[in-house]
Design a protein around this ligand. Sequence first.
Ligand code: BDR
Ligand code: CA
Length: 343
Amino acid sequence: MPVDDSLPGARASTGSSSSRRPVVLDVDTGVDDACAILLAAAHPALDLRAVTCVGGNAPVDDVVANTLTVLDAAGRAEVPVARGADRPLLEPAAHARHVHGEDGMGDLDWPRSSRVPDPRHAVELLRDVLLSAAAAGESVTLVPLAPLTNIALLLRTYPLVANGIREILFMGGAVAVGNATASAEFNIFHDPEAAAMTLDAAAELAIPVTMYGLDVFYAPTVSRAEAAELVAAGGRGSAELGGRLIAFQCQRFDRPAATIGDAGAVCAVIDRDALTCERRPVRVELAGSWSRGRTIVDRREWSGDRAHDPHGPAPGVIDVALDVDAARFSRLWLDTVAGRLGS
Ligand code: BDR
Ligand code: CA
């Protein structure tokens, strides 16, 4: 299919496979994680090297099954999928079936994959992919879309992987809003220690980090009518699955449109100019009666010194997404999932 150069990210598709940006997703699939996988699997500017799974929206075994199913629908059965942590570092797992359905992926009655995951633990697969990239002189954009348990374990166990990481662009946190609680976003709230460890380790290892949080997460949407057009494509491929995932959310929340959610973070890898960020120190609240799991984004003109601010400067200074050209991301997702970008 010819590439329409006016579409965001489309021009990259005219390059060779070596000009594609290597990416790895870490997911808790999850309706919107599935939307993200469909985009990363099909967009010609990306080279999806692996998908690793962690407990979050659903128990990790459901996450693995859902992820394999999505990659099958996308025609990308060769992408390795590995099972990772089944629970947060300290707390018991708490799932989000009220949002994502009993199977974690919209209860679509979609044929399940018959494949089995890679035998390696997610942390070992991440290590292998990132160290091989480093050995080949490449660097991978790591896109966690879930609680950061696998990523914290990875960075603290195998810090040399930093040589193979171009950036960590994660969905999680927020400057101003919460969803799991009034104060905290789900991915961070689910495993605050892992989030804090990830930010600390990234600062120590000089890995650039971008936070794609709730301040932008809900803005890129797809309507019921657009979803119905995708579903009409049929054939049990990316378009039909993407349409069904959006339709599920519209129905569950009784809305005329639904967010593409985690897929927005993948859009940000492809079309960074559509995202407005501020570079800010960020900490994760680990205590607090009502604020555990909140990301504390320091937006002061000066950033605490030890003489006047007992907390001192936060070690992690990262890009925080504050605004998004939502229409651009929605169009990018729709066109890719509908197969209108070519490959
Ligand atoms: C995040 O939590 C999960 O429910 C979604 O998949 C997304 O990653 C939003 O807070
Ligand atoms: Ca997710």
